[in-house]
Design a protein around this ligand. Structure first.
Ligand code: GAF
Length: 400
């Protein structure tokens, strides 16, 4: 095998495992979210960008309805399944993580079949995966695995799916097959992002706009700080946040919290109290409504060509995630406090929370000093050293 993560290496891996040449090689990236956290399942706004870190798949179709999956990253052999026997977890969404990496690609095949796209006795495939998206770091390694599977099968079987449709089917796989009640952001980011841009997405109707995000041209850098505190979406805290938002929307008689206007927020919160909604739920509502507003603010500043000025909005977003949505942790708070004190323009946790990664917007000239300050603060607090790297806005999924 070649040493570099790339098509040569997964082609060699495929050959070693299955003894044939693959029909092609596909890639799908992980993401960071610039702003708009826990807004996607409230039909709101998000703004992710794809990372250069990708999940690669070498794949071939099979005509006998057998699905064979192998990961070069995870010990264990080939997982072999019959496509027609794939079935979702009992009870659908909210059931928790079904466990095992193979549930993600298997769930995608199930979702394609459920949508009437892989019919008849055929519809099998052989896939070999390798990924550089850190797992459990809140950088969407699961979405990358799902989207690369769907993109490969879309091409191999000529399904004609658009990237947003691929994202929807992958979300369906994760919700109903794996049992994690995620929103659509991560799959849309992996399927639809483009190089040099952040993706402004309306999660209600999937309207999207590619927003130029050329940090280098402005002498800026966006750092990802992986705290190495493992984050899991399937452990119930994510589901309980989602349930609280949905309950509040029902109490208010709106389709989703996206429909609560920012201008009337205080009156809405008073109304929720009158309706018997507890204080924690009211804080969840305040986070979602103010976070949607922060996405709009970031967009306006980027459109005006003033990237530096988004810093305080990012930091305000962190405070809202920490205090109102209560999804931060000591390590994430430490990144934000230390980076800002060391001269960063702004910082916040990114992704689902409860561990995972933070992002730090910093002038290029200060990037090293800020990284050093964060690493030292982690050492002083007795935390594991964080992993720090620049977020370079990269391409979405495709064939290599
Ligand atoms: C996770 C979920 F998968 C996304 O859908 C989104 O809700 C995010 O957490 C929080 O913004 O990444």
């Amino acid at each position: 095998m070649t040493d570099e993560h790339g098509p040569g290496r997964v082609t060699a891996g495929f050959h070693e495992v299955y003894g044939t040449e693959p029909g092609g090689v596909w890639a799908a990236p992980g993401r960071v979210n610039l702003i708009g956290e826990h807004t996607d399942y409230n039909d709101g706004f998000v703004m992710p960008l794809a990372l250069p870190h990708t999940c690669l798949a070498a794949a071939s179709p099979r005509a006998d309805g057998v699905l064979r999956l192998h990961s070069g990253d995870v010990p264990g052999g080939v997982v072999e399944l019959r496509v027609e026997e794939l079935a979702p977890v009992a009870g659908g969404t909210g059931g928790g993580d079904r466990g095992g990496w193979a549930a993600y690609p298997a769930g995608v095949v199930w979702a394609l079949r459920e949508a009437g796209l892989l019919t008849g006795p055929a519809g099998g495939a052989e896939l070999y995966f390798e990924s550089t998206v850190p797992t459990g770091a809140g950088l969407s390694s699961s979405a990358a695995l799902e989207v690369v599977t769907a993109t490969a099968l879309n091409d191999l079987y000529g399904l004609g799916l658009t990237p947003p449709r691929i994202a929807q089917l992958c979300q369906r796989a994760e919700n109903a097959f794996v049992g994690v009640p995620c929103g659509i952001m991560d799959q849309m980011a992996s399927a639809c992002c483009t190089e040099g841009h952040a993706l402004f997405l309306d999660a209600r109707d999937l309207t999207q706009r590619q927003v130029p995000f050329d940090l280098a041209a402005e002498g800026l850098r966006l750092l990802v700080v992986d705290t190495r505190v493992k984050h899991e979406l399937g452990d119930g805290a994510y589901a309980s946040r989602r349930a609280a938002c949905e309950a509040a929307a029902r109490a208010l008689g709106v389709r989703a919290l996206r429909d609560v206007p920012f201008e009337g927020l205080d009156a809405t919160l008073a109304e929720l109290e009158r309706l018997g909604c507890d204080a924690a739920t009211r804080r969840r509502v305040r986070h979602v409504v103010t976070e949607d507003r922060r996405v709009e603010e970031v967009i306006a500043r980027l459109d005006a060509g003033d990237t530096r000025s988004i810093g305080p909005v990012l930091t305000a977003g962190h405070a809202s995630c920490r205090d109102d949505f209560e999804i931060s942790c000591d390590e994430l708070d430490l990144v934000v406090e230390t980076a800002n004190a060391a001269g960063a323009l702004g910082a916040r946790m990114t992704g689902g929370g409860f561990g995972g990664s933070a992002i730090v917007l910093v002038a290029e000239a200060d990037a090293e000093a800020v990284s050093k300050a964060v690493t030292e603060a982690f050492g002083a607090a007795g935390h594991r050293a964080p992993r720090i790297f620049p977020a370079v806005p990269s391409a979405g999924a495709g064939r290599l």
